[in-house]
Design a protein. Structure first.
Length: 165
């Protein structure tokens, strides 16, 4: 990912949330998401380039960015652990099911395995059956950890998935 990809990544992330989380997260929150605000946040985070955080993009045959993934050290509260975490993976709704998500996930798994952590962890909305199947097809399994994720004052349960590297 390059700094110039931040606007497109923000569009993918916002449209991804609006598409994937419909019915799981308050609609008022989804409707209020701003691509411009998210793009600015992406630029700030990208410029900081915190240690070990990797941003990846997937492009279609024409060179258009159609997906984004981000991974780095696993965060337990404010503490970084020896495990890796997939922080995010989104594919533009118009490109879902064409392999971009699988390619991004495979590249994240490969890079994390090369870096040396023993596990790759991720959090997924408990009700997001489609995402859960996606991760399970790639060898991830729920490890029993659950936490609420608060969105617009509503607790949305998440489950943690793990995969050995």
């Amino acid at each position: 990912m390059a700094l110039t990809d931040c606007d497109r990544v923000a569009e993918i992330r916002v449209r991804g949330w609006q598409h994937a989380y419909r019915g799981m997260i308050p609609q008022s929150y989804l409707d209020g998401l701003s691509v411009a605000e998210d793009a600015e946040r992406r630029r700030v985070l990208f410029a900081r380039a915190e240690g070990g955080v990797v941003n990846l993009v997937a492009e279609d045959a024409g060179g258009e960015v159609v997906g984004w993934a981000c991974h780095g050290p696993y965060r337990k509260g404010e503490t970084l652990t020896e495990d890796a975490e997939l922080y995010a993976i989104y594919v533009h709704p118009d490109h879902v099911g064409r392999g971009a998500g699988q390619a991004l996930l495979a590249e994240s798994v490969s890079r994390c395995a090369t870096a040396g952590p023993g596990r790759l962890l991720l959090w997924v909305l408990k009700e997001n059956a489609r995402a859960r199947r996606f991760y399970e097809r790639s060898g991830f399994r729920p490890d029993g950890a659950e936490e609420p994720f608060e969105v617009a004052g509503v607790a949305v349960p998440e489950v943690r998935y793990s995969r050995a590297l």
